[in-house]
Ligand binder design. Structure first.
Ligand SMILES: *Cc1c(COP(=O)(O)O)cnc(C)c1O
Length: 415
């Protein structure tokens, strides 16, 4: 008889992008406690310039040189981050006129800025034409608005068609293409959109496909990119002018939860190289773009909150912090998670401590949803210690309900 092999408990991927000295987590060379003093308060978010730079360099070395790298700034729209990223990547993707303003202020080249998103309002479309950025058209309704703005401003509207493909990105945390979707134009309707673009004399540049987000499976990403390329090739036959821009999306994920591993970039690089080679023959004028948000900034950021109380309730230790879901909705599990799991969490002034215990970290809000760590193995912590939530550089600050319960606001810094 076979004895069942005990399955190992899944653990978090090591947060090896950060180092520590004398128990203090280091961010951009600063000891965490010193950085907290510089910031002047907790809670705060800190983003490491070194890690942002290293991530872009790592991608550049894994991907073919001709692939353009865009930063989807909704992942982290802090102007200082957008400015830093604008100097490192080839373009910025915006999802509103508000983001467009930040991108332009950050010094992004309008030629390499694109605007995607459902429900673009008429003034937003007009602003895009005036700015000379590329609009990823997602609805027939946008076309006459763009044509009118073009006429009025005497500037050609630069357009690409965002396609809602007839396939899904397997293994994605969030699917944003395939089936009925509010994003993009269904494949079947694209020829009509192309005909309108030609008739109205809009400047057609190409196609945008974005299948989904937070994918940790390289083979699924490769498959989506392959299928996206094939689809663009088919649709290009209906275009009246050559394709100059082909955005194959992104969706690269980062490990958040126990058992998740970092994405293997090597097969994605090889796949994109094969696509680029084909494109040279089949779509010779097309620049290939991938757009990444989370993957570029997510691992470079931490959320830091101080322990204000330590309670034991019926044997369970609760570390109560001065910030929680009001600043970091994602880490509480209430932003797109179906089953709540713990983000990687640490005690930033007791890194590597041998004395450990099982504890829950909760924020100060009067709701049981305000949970940053549910019964985790952590260094034994005291009032005044600094709880660090890793993997917090994307969809942290800007996607949280700051006003909920009227607690003090967070600060964000680059370090
Ligand atoms: C949100 C979004 C992105 C960024 O997604 P990440 O998962 O953060 O990389 C890219 N493109 C479009 C169109 C998006 O809506």
């Amino acid at each position: 008889m076979n004895t069942p092999v005990p399955r190992p408990t899944p653990v978090h991927a090591p947060m090896s992008q950060f180092s520590a000295a004398e128990g203090q987590l280091l961010i951009g060379g600063h000891r965490l406690e010193t950085l907290a003093a510089r910031v002047g308060q907790t809670p705060f978010y800190a983003y490491s310039r070194d890690l942002l730079r290293a991530r872009v360099a790592q991608l550049r070395s894994a991907l073919p040189a001709q692939v353009k790298l865009h930063y989807a700034m909704k992942a982290n729209p802090l102007p200082a981050v957008v400015q830093f990223m604008a100097a490192l990547v080839d373009g910025i993707d915006v999802a509103s006129a508000g983001e467009l303003q930040v991108a332009l202020n950050a010094g992004a080249d309008p030629a390499e800025v694109s605007f995607a998103g459902p429900g673009k309002r008429d003034p937003e479309l007009r602003q895009s034409v005036a700015a000379g950025v590329l609009v990823n058209v997602e609805s027939m309704r946008e076309l006459p608005v763009l044509a009118a703005a073009s006429q009025e401003l005497g500037l050609p509207a630069r357009v690409a068609v965002r396609v809602n493909p007839d396939f899904e990105l397997k293994g994605s945390g969030m699917k944003m293409g395939g089936g009925p979707k509010q994003f993009g134009v269904d494949t079947e309707v694209v020829p009509d959109v192309l005909a309108f673009i030609a008739r109205e004399g809009l400047a057609f540049e190409g196609f945008h496909l974005f299948a989904g987000s937070q994918n940790l499976r390289a083979e699924s990403i490769c498959e989506a990119q392959q299928k996206s390329y094939e689809l663009a090739l088919r649709l290009a036959q209906h275009a009246h002018t050559p394709v100059k821009f082909l955005n194959l999306g992104g969706g690269f994920g980062i490990p958040y939860f126990p058992g998740e591993q970092r994405l293997d970039l090597a097969p994605i690089g090889a796949n994109l190289a094969a696509i680029c080679e084909r494109a040279q023959q089949e779509m010779p004028q097309a620049g290939i773009v991938i757009e990444l948000g989370r993957y570029l900034v997510g691992e470079a950021g931490i959320y830091v909150t101080r322990i204000v109380d330590r309670k034991v309730s019926r044997g369970q230790v609760f570390l109560v912090t001065d910030g929680g879901l009001n600043h970091h909705l994602s880490a509480s599990g209430n932003f797109g998670q179906v089953v709540r799991k713990n983000y990687p969490v640490g005690i930033g002034n007791r890194m590597g401590a041998a004395d450990r215990e099982n504890a829950s970290v909760v924020g100060p809000l009067c709701t049981p949803l305000d949970l940053l760590a549910d019964r985790m193995d952590l260094p034994t912590a005291q009032i005044g210690d600094l709880v660090v939530v890793f993997q917090s550089g994307a969809y942290g600050a800007s996607s949280s309900p700051q006003g909920f319960l009227g607690h003090p606001v967070y600060v964000e810094v680059l370090a």
